[in-house]
Ligand binder design. Structure first.
Ligand code: 9MR
Length: 381
């Protein structure tokens, strides 16, 4: 079954290549039957974030791609606090349980995303102004959720996006109530609930030197005080030009120097205009005045070949760098499976048509998929 699917991918990809020409030396046609996961096997896990439709079995085509191409999954939304713990004493594990089952059934590296994050938090948590109450809720949340999946979820994004762009701590509701030690306390709670799980700090805009330094100082402090932290998650919501390869390499080197492996946890490449030079993933930013502006969504029907090739080259270059530093990289996860479902169609401007992933709106692999498979690995099968 899988083999048949793979052959059809290859013929589609070859057809695309023939249509647009093979002049670009990067895009030599593929001859072996690798999947993304097998191609990078032994170097790093290859993952995808999956939405609720996939988890619940309502999008069989995406599920087939996920189970044949990837060996790791992250829940795009389904394990976030607002869904899993909506009221003080109410937990809802229906979708989360299905997510974990899917990962176990397919022998995947299962990621939990995310335990403590100021966004997509339950309403009851938003306005707490009492340290004791906050501590009780956080303790209960981490204990209950992590213990439930002990031995099943392999890695947790324990704390997500706790830093400002200048490297200071974000004044979130957690910081407000618990002070700066809340991060180390949450890591300790997570370790207690599942001593074997990989515990990750996850954030965006690591290419900004000040932010990176703030985060990595925290990582070093945790490590030197004996708190278990097993890695840093670099979200990697990038575009065609930024960050530069040098900047990405510096991220890898600096995280490694802080003493932990790096995972690229939310990789996608926007191809749409970004006139404010705004990158990263601050989800509260609002640019509604640009909605419906065709200059801001120039490819409503299809991605021109020229841009398709730019995207493929960009992914190729990035994966070449990942292979070069594979000894420092644990996992690379795409933030979604196919373009139609990407959050980038609605951020930072709603209703655009973006093309950031490896599979197009018809579930077919794009040139970018092919270009990644053409990256030479040190341990080719
Ligand atoms: O992809 C997620 C999207 O469906 C949600 O609407 C959004 C709400 O905050 O969160 C998106 O995922 C975010 C992830 O959980 C954390 N890093 C930034 C991601 C993109 O916003």
């Amino acid at each position: 079954m899988k083999r048949i699917k793979k052959i059809s991918y290859i013929s589609i990809v070859s057809a695309i290549i023939c249509t647009i020409g093979c002049a670009n030396t990067v895009l030599v046609s593929k001859t072996n039957n690798s999947t993304l996961a097998t191609h990078f096997k032994g170097l790093f896990h290859l993952g995808a974030a999956i939405n609720e439709e996939i988890i619940l079995g309502n999008d069989q085509k995406s599920e087939n791609i996920v189970t044949s191409e990837f060996n790791s999954i992250t829940p795009e939304n389904s394990l976030k606090w607002m869904f899993i713990h909506p009221k003080p004493n109410t937990f809802d594990f229906n979708t989360a349980d299905r997510y974990v089952e899917l990962g176990l059934k397919n022998d995947m590296y299962i990621v939990g995303h995310a335990l403590v994050w100021h966004n997509q938090l339950a309403d009851f948590m938003q306005n707490i102004d009492n340290a004791v109450e906050m501590q009780e809720y956080v303790t209960n949340h981490v204990n209950t959720v992590v213990s439930r999946y002990r031995g099943k979820i392999d890695a947790w994004d324990v704390v997500n996006e706790a830093f400002n762009e200048d490297g200071t701590l974000r004044k979130s509701v957690f910081f407000h109530n618990l002070g700066e030690n809340y991060i180390s306390d949450v890591f300790k709670l997570a370790e207690k609930a599942d001593p074997e799980a990989n515990l990750i700090y996850n954030d965006y805009n690591f290419y900004k030197q000040e932010k990176r330094a703030g985060i990595l100082n925290m990582v070093k402090k945790l490590k030197s005080s004996g708190v278990k932290i097993d890695g840093v998650g670099v979200q990697a919501h990038w575009d065609l030009a930024s960050p530069s390869l040098d900047q990405i390499e510096q991220i890898i080197l600096d995280v490694h120097a802080a003493g932990v492996p790096v995972s690229f946890t939310e990789l996608d490449i926007s191809v749409l205009p970004n006139p404010w030079e705004m990158v990263g993933a601050e989800v509260t930013q609002n640019f509604s005045q640009f909605e419906g502006d065709s200059k801001m969504s120039p490819y409503p029907n299809q991605l021109p070949n020229k841009v398709q090739k730019q995207l493929a080259k960009r992914y190729h270059d990035i994966f070449q760098l990942f292979v070069k530093h594979s000894d420092k990289i644990e996992r690379v996860t795409f933030w979604g499976v196919m373009d139609k479902h990407s959050w980038l169609n609605d951020w930072p401007i709603k209703g655009r048509t973006n093309y950031p992933l490896l599979f197009d709106r018809n579930y077919n692999p794009k040139l970018a998929y092919q270009s990644i498979l053409e990256v030479e690995t040190k341990q080719q099968n």
